[in-house]
Design a protein around this ligand. Structure first.
Ligand code: URA
Length: 204
């Protein structure tokens, strides 16, 4: 008998969805990005962190939150006693959107149609991981996770019921913290973010 051509057989579960996402053309962002940056973490994670989209380093390595925002996030997670590798970490949009400027690639905000196109993958991740707590980090993640247009500052720091029975917790995006020029304000906002992650730990 002939062997089954393994490469053509889709895996079950998260791994199968991750493989399917590698060739995603649901929006035009795949044209210029290096690769799809899918979420990572245990399929049975109780908490899912959702960011905006991969940045330069994520695009090159294929892993979410490995650049400056990821380093900041990991530091604060460890401050509150959360282990990154126990969480499922993903993004609302899975291709890097950028504008070339000389040798640099400048991050650009994904628009609503890109967010909606990519929501298909986030929905699959949510259905497979079924996290108890979903954390929207920043306005892009928030607009992907809830239909209604809310202001991030109105929802920040509290847990809300999700239709699937889980909870949604809203906080800022770690990149926002990196961009605060004033050191005093930055320290303050870092502490607020740390407080948010401590609340998330307590919920979990
Ligand atoms: N910013 C994000 O939103 N996601 C990443 O993976 C990296 C930076």
């Amino acid at each position: 008998a002939m062997a089954t051509p393994k490469a053509n057989v889709l895996n079950e579960g998260l791994e199968g969805v991750r493989q399917a996402a590698e060739t995603c053309t649901r929006c035009p962002l795949y044209c210029n990005a290096t690769q799809t940056v899918f979420g990572e973490g245990p399929e049975n994670a109780g908490t899912m962190l959702v960011g905006e989209q991969p940045g330069d380093q994520e695009d090159l390595t294929g892993r979410p939150f490995v650049g400056p925002a990821g380093k900041l996030l990991e530091g604060v997670l460890s401050d509150v006693g959360l282990k990154r590798d126990r969480l499922y970490v993903t993004n609302a949009v899975k291709h890097f959107k950028f504008e070339p400027r000389g040798k640099r690639r400048i991050h650009q905000k994904p628009n609503m149609s890109e967010i909606k196109a990519c929501r298909w993958w986030l929905t699959q991740e949510l259905e497979l991981v079924r996290p108890k707590i979903v954390v929207a980090m920043g306005a892009t993640a928030l607009s992907s996770l809830v239909e209604k247009r809310y202001k991030l500052s109105d929802l920040r720091g509290e847990a809300m019921e999700r239709e699937d029975g889980g909870q949604l917790f809203v906080t800022v995006h770690p990149s926002y913290l990196l961009r605060i020029p004033d050191q005093g304000k930055k320290r303050e906002e870092m502490q607020r973010f740390r407080d948010d992650l401590a609340k998330i730990r307590a919920l979990g």
